[in-house]
Design a protein around this ligand. Structure first.
Ligand code: AMP
Length: 280
C-alpha cells in the first residue's frame, strides 16, 4: 500500500493509473476509521481496479463552535486497517496541501442542502461539497463511495456531481450498525456507557417509524411528534431534528407517501449523533 501526502505524488499515481486504463474508486473519510468506513472500502475494492482512501479532517466543514480540534484521530490504526483490507493507496494530505494560503473558491451547495443539517450547521455543506469536489478532481475518481449514514450529505454530493457534470459515479452504501443497533460513527467514542444506552433510542425510534408506516400510518405530523417523544422519553437532551422527508427533495413528507426517509439529529450529552432510515 502506498501512503501519499502531497498533491504531486497523488497526481503521479493518478496519471499512471489512467495511462494503464485502471478504474479509480475513491472513499473520502476523516479518519478514525470503523467498520462503516471499511464497508465502503470493500465495495470500492469490488467495483474498482484501484482504490484510493482519503483521510482528511476538513476544517471548512466545521463551524467554530464544533469539535474540529478534538475530532478523533488514529492514523496509524487507520493505515493498518486499510492495509489489511487490501487498499492500494491512502491519500492523507495536510491542511496546507488542500487549502494553500491563496485559496478562495467554494462550492455553493445545491438546494437539498438547505433543510435539516443545513439549518443547524449552516456552513457545513459548503465545506463538504467543496472538499469532495476537490478530492474528486485530485483523484480523477471514476466512482466515489459514500455512506447512507450521512443521508443528506450523500444527496448533496449526488446533486452536485449531476449539476456540475462531474465525471464520477456516486455509489451510496448501507448504514453499518453495532450489534446493539447504534449506527457506527467516529464520534461514538465520546459516549459513556450510560450515554450509549440513550443513544440506542435513535435506532429504536427509526424502528418504530418503520413499523408505523408499514402498518399504514400516513400522518407525517403524528409520526414526527411520536419520534420526538420517544427520543425525549429515552433521555435525549436536545433534538436538532426528527422528521420524515422525501428522499430526493428532502422536503417534509406529510402526508407520508413512499418512498420516505426518516431523519434524526440529536445530542446525547455533548455528542451530536445522526441516523436515518430509508423506507421504499
Ligand atoms: P466520515 O469519516 O465520518 O466523514 O465518513 C466518511 C464516509 O463514511 C461517509 O461517506 C460516511 O457516510 C461513511 N460512514 C460513516 N459511518 C458509516 C456507517 N456507520 N455506515 C456506513 N457508512 C458510514
Amino acid at each position: 500500500m502506498e501512503i501519499l501526502s502531497s498533491l504531486d505524488d497523488l497526481a503521479k499515481v493518478v496519471r499512471e493509473l489512467k495511462r494503464a486504463n485502471k478504474s479509480i474508486g475513491v472513499v473520502p473519510t476523516m479518519g478514525a476509521l470503523h467498520e462503516g468506513h471499511l464497508s465502503l472500502v470493500r465495495q470500492s475494492l469490488v467495483q474498482s481496479d484501484e482504490t484510493i482512501v482519503t483521510i482528511f479532517v476538513n476544517p471548512s466543514q466545521f463551524a467554530p463552535s464544533e469539535d474540529l480540534d478534538r475530532y478523533p484521530q488514529s492514523l496509524e490504526a487507520d493505515i493498518a486497517g486499510l492495509q489489511s483490507a487490501g487498499v492500494q493507496y491512502v491519500f492523507a494530505p495536510s491542511r496546507e496541501e488542500v487549502y494553500p494560503e491563496n485559496y478562495s473558491t467554494s462550492v455553493v451547495p445545491p438546494l437539498v442542502a438547505r433543510r435539516w443539517e443545513g439549518e443547524f450547521r449552516p456552513t457545513h455543506f459548503a465545506g463538504v461539497a467543496t472538499v469532495v469536489l476537490k478530492l474528486l478532481n485530485m483523484t480523477r475518481a471514476d466512482r466515489v463511495f459514500l455512506g447512507q449514514k450521512d443521508f443528506q450529505q450523500a444527496r448533496v454530493i449526488e446533486q452536485m456531481v449531476a449539476d456540475l457534470n462531474v465525471a464520477t459515479e456516486v455509489c451510496i452504501c448501507p448504514i453499518v450498525r453495532a450489534d446493539d443497533g447504534l449506527a457506527l460513527s467516529s464520534r461514538n467514542v465520546y459516549l459513556s456507557s450510560e450515554q450509549r444506552t440513550i443513544a440506542l433510542s435513535l435506532n429504536q425510534t427509526l424502528d418504530h417509524v418503520e413499523r408505523q408506516i408499514q402498518a399504514g400510518q400516513r400522518d407525517g405530523f403524528e409520526v414526527i411528534t411520536e419520534m420526538r417523544q420517544m427520543l425525549i422519553d429515552a433521555g435525549v437532551e436536545r433534538i436538532d431534528y426528527a422528521t420524515v422527508a422525501h428522499p430526493k427533495t428532502l422536503e417534509t413528507a406529510d402526508p407520508i407517501e413512499l418512498p420516505v426517509v426518516a431523519l434524526i439529529a440529536a445530542y446525547v450529552g455533548e455528542t451530536r449523533l445522526i441516523d436515518n432510515r430509508l423506507l421504499e
